[in-house]
Structure formats: C-alpha cells, structure tokens
Design a binder for this molecule. Structure first.
Ligand code: PXL
Length: 285
C-alpha cells in the first residue's frame, strides 16, 4: 500500500485541508500520515474562527519519523499557519525526498484576488520558494499571480481566450525556474465554465466543466487530494485531473440538491461520493 505524508491544517468546519485529504487518500488506497500545521475551529472564510498554530511541534515529526525509519511514496502539503512552516515543509521534503517519490505542493494563499485572512507577504514569499521543491503544484489563478508576479486585476479584465494565454505565460515562467515542474492552475473562471489548466515543459492539458453555483470552500483541496492520489496510484495527468473534476462536480450537485443557496463556507457534500473514488482505485484497495 502506498504511503503519503500529508501536511495541512485540521479545520472543524469547512470541509477542507486534512478534513478532505485524509478520507480521499484513504479511499484511494493510500495510507495518509497526517502532519497538522494548525487546528482551527472553522476555516478562515467564516466570520469567526479560532486557530491553534502548531509550528513548534512540527520538527518532532522529522525527528520521530527518522527514528522509526519512515519513508513515503508521496508528500503533499497545503495550508500553513506561520511563515516558518514553509521552512519546515522544505526541510521535511529534503529529509524524505527519494528519486521516486511524488511531491505535490498546493500553494494555499488566497482566492478571488486576495490573500486569505491570517496570510502575510512573508508567507507568500516562502511559499514561492517551497513550490520550487515540488514535482506538481496546484495554484488557483490568484495563487498563480502571487507565485509569478502576474497582475490579477489586469488579467481578470481580459477576454477568456486572452486570459488563458496570460495564464500559460505565467505558468511557463515557473517552469523556466524548475524545468520538470507540472503546474496545474485550478478553478479558472471562463464565463459559465470552469477550467483547470495543466502545463509541463512539453505539453498542456485542460479540463472544462460547467460552473455550478458559486465557489465553495475546500474544492481546491479536494482537487489537489484526488489528483495527488490518482498520480501516486500510477495514473496519467489527464486521468487524474478528469477524476478530480468529476468527483467535485458530483459533490457540488449533491450540495445544491440539498440547498440551492448553500453557505459556501461549509464546503461540498463529498462524503457520499467517496465510493466513486473507491471504484476508480479498485485495484489498489
Ligand atoms: O481551502 C483552503 C484553506 C485551508 N485551510 C484553511 C483555510 C482555507 C481557505 O480559506 O482557511 C484554514
């Protein structure tokens, strides 16, 4: 059975981070070894939340897991609660990197043109360095701009096709810095559609699906978790991304079936669709 270290926060409400990553990896037949960066009552999109920052405990994971000779087929990181946590993730990758393991960094920093509450410029700078240690990164359009110096407002005002050209240029800028990087830009608005655009140094791949409702908490985390799991199980990028898109579509449809105007902070009904991922990964379970 494949084993992955998953570095992310645990939010009680909001269906994001470890709350979606652990169940998704598990149903894909991957042992998820969780490293909580912080414990939050609710994700930070809620008007009120409390956060316990776990920075001071993080290096124990490297120390203790070296003592038990731990090794990982994959490493997947997401939300950080303090700039030093990016340094920790970087050290964790240095310690547990092998020639074969897969490292996915989801550079969680913001959405819709703004950084998340609790995020600072120094966290974004450190996140930018961290992405250069990954095989795959999954920024949304806001995060792509933060990583590459693109102007969110200028590019957002362009026509859909010009916007996609600019996104490609920004992704290529990151690939110039690290030649074997796969950049998957998630949740791009294209009129009534949503696109995910993947770039490597020699190929591009896009998914297009209908926009269903407004943007929900945690769908970026779900996308990264499914894509990471499918890649770790040996699927190609296209299959991995298509599976993530279908899983999210089904979960949003189920959410809207219960309430056509839901509070997007609570995330999507992904739990009842985990069986779909079990079917997709049948040979691994
Ligand atoms: O889904 C990204 C995310 C993860 N973790 C926390 C968040 C957010 C987005 O708001 O607040 C705590």
């Amino acid at each position: 059975m494949a084993k992955a270290a998953v570095i992310n926060d645990l939010s009680g409400f909001g269906r994001c981070s470890l709350g979606v990553a652990v169940p998704i990896l598990s149903v894909c037949g991957i042992q998820a070894c969780a490293i909580p960066t912080a414990v939050l009552t609710n994700q930070t999109g809620f008007p009120d939340y409390a956060c316990i920052d776990l920075t001071e405990h993080l290096y124990d994971y490297i120390k203790m897991w070296n003592l038990c000779d731990a090794s990982f087929d994959g490493i997947y990181s997401g939300y950080i609660a303090h700039p030093e946590q990016a340094d920790f993730i970087s050290s964790f990758i240095d310690n547990f990197r092998t020639k074969k393991n897969l490292v996915l960094v989801d550079p969680v920093m913001g959405d819709n043109g703004s950084i998340y509450k609790g995020y600072s410029q120094s966290m974004c700078d450190k996140m930018r360095d961290l992405t250069m240690k990954a095989d795959v990164i999954t920024p949304n359009f806001t995060e792509l701009c933060l990583l590459s110096g693109g102007s969110y407002s200028e590019i957002s005002s362009l026509s859909a096709s010009k916007k996609k050209d600019e996104i490609k240029k920004l992704a290529q800028k990151l690939i110039e810095r690290k030649k074997d990087l796969t950049v998957i830009v998630t949740g791009i608005d294209d009129n009534n559609k949503i696109c995910n655009m993947a770039f490597t140094k020699d190929k591009d791949f896009f998914t297009v699906s209908d926009r269903l409702g407004k943007s929900f908490s945690g769908t970026g985390d779900i996308f990264a978790s499914v894509t990471f799991s499918m890649l770790l199980n040996g699927n190609d990028l296209e299959t991995a991304m298509n599976t993530a898109v279908t899983f999210i579509e089904r979960s949003i449809k189920d959410t809207l079936a219960i309430d056509p105007d839901p509070d997007h902070n609570y995330g999507v009904e992904f739990e009842k669709n985990l069986g779909f991922l079990i079917d997709k990964n049948r040979t691994k379970i």
